[in-house]
Design a protein around this ligand. Structure first.
Ligand SMILES: C[S@@+](CC[C@H](N)C(=O)[O-])C[C@H]1O[C@@H](n2cnc3c(N)ncnc32)[C@H](O)[C@@H]1O
Length: 312
């Protein structure tokens, strides 16, 4: 092992949180985790009420057993399959947001190996405390913190993983942008939650699940992906009732040459058709313009540019 948990956590955290791990009562070495919760919205309070008490564990485990039983999937096989979608993560630094009772920590720790690090966080102190008892190793670092205000540095992790909580976050876009922020450029973000696939929604199969729990009616939050996300993939798991979105963090928009001219009647380029739109003209003049373009074998865009240049 290259380093210890306290050192690793300090490396990963934003400076403003360093004093929290300097306090003797709350070092990862002692309790197994650090509590860094600060800001909480009303939806965070709702989530805490649901997941941060002694009954939460039994209720949540019952739900997981029902879920994996319903779709006839071995839970740990499923969790491993999700992580393997990140590619080879041996030796990598991984963040799991909203890790719940921590089952994914076990899988991730196995896959990163002894030279990697698994950081995991959840809003529920109760869940994190249980996870810290179960999954304790020098390369597993836990925090009680908010997925909507992650305490970690920009670009620190090789991959960020989330499953099963995002539908109930007050601000899904913010949760995705936080996962993107803490991931390095070229790193991978993978997240998923309930959403019955569109093609099943009109059938009794889909309707049963959407009736069973309104969360299954949620839409896949593709509109919240960062502008620069690349290699985006969407897949469905667990009876096509959960989506998984995977993308690579990039710092550039997709490449496009927007100045290549279209060959043909309208002419223009992507840039000209979008940024070069002009005001309306009399319909008979417009018809004459199109006739002229046809007669001269030029595009309408070219004729307009030529005409305008004669006056400018
Ligand atoms: C349905 S559980 C999913 C747990 C785990 N990912 C799994 O696969 O079993 C949702 C989890 O999200 C956590 N959560 C809710 N709001 C959160 C927030 N704002 N920040 C971090 N975790 C949150 C809850 O405490 C709970 O553990």
């Amino acid at each position: 092992m290259k380093t210890d948990r306290t050192f690793e956590l300090k490396q990963a955290l934003l400076n403003k949180y360093h004093s929290a791990i300097d306090s003797a009562a709350d070092t990862p070495g002692k309790s197994g985790f650090v509590d860094l919760t600060a800001n909480q919205s009303s939806s965070d309070k709702l989530n805490k009420a649901m997941y941060d008490n002694s009954q939460s564990v039994e209720i949540y485990r019952n739900f997981l057993n029902w879920l994996f039983g319903t779709f006839n999937v071995e839970e740990m096989d499923f969790r491993r399959d999700c992580f393997e979608r990140l590619g080879n993560i041996t030796g990598k630094k991984i963040l799991i947001t909203s890790c719940g009772l921590g089952e994914d920590i076990k899988v991730a720790a196995m896959l990163v190996g002894k030279d990697g690090f698994v950081h995991a966080q959840d809003l529920s102190r109760h869940f994190i405390s249980l996870a810290a008892d179960k999954y304790s190793a020098e390369n597993i670092v836990l925090t009680v913190s908010n997925a909507l205000d992650l305490p970690y540095k920009d670009g620190y992790f090789d991959a960020v993983f989330h499953f099963g909580g995002i539908n109930l976050f007050g601000d899904i876009g913010l949760a995705i942008s936080e996962m993107n922020r803490v991931c390095k450029v070229g790193g991978t973000i993978l997240f998923g939650d309930e959403s019955v696939a569109e093609h099943l929604r009109a059938d009794d199969y889909g309707k049963m699940f959407m009736e069973n729990n309104a969360l299954w009616q949620e839409k896949v939050p593709l509109e919240h992906l960062p502008l620069c996300a690349s290699d985006i993939s969407l897949s469905y798991v667990l009876g096509n009732c959960f989506y998984l979105i995977k993308f690579t963090k990039s710092d550039q928009l997709p490449y496009a040459d927007i100045d290549i001219e279209h060959v043909g009647y309208r002419g223009g380029s992507v840039r000209k058709r979008y940024f070069g739109k002009i005001e309306g003209i009399a319909p008979d003049l417009k018809n004459s313009l199109y006739e002229l373009a046809k007669k001269e074998g030029k595009s309408v865009s070219r004729i307009i540019e030529e005409l305008i240049k004669t006056r400018l």
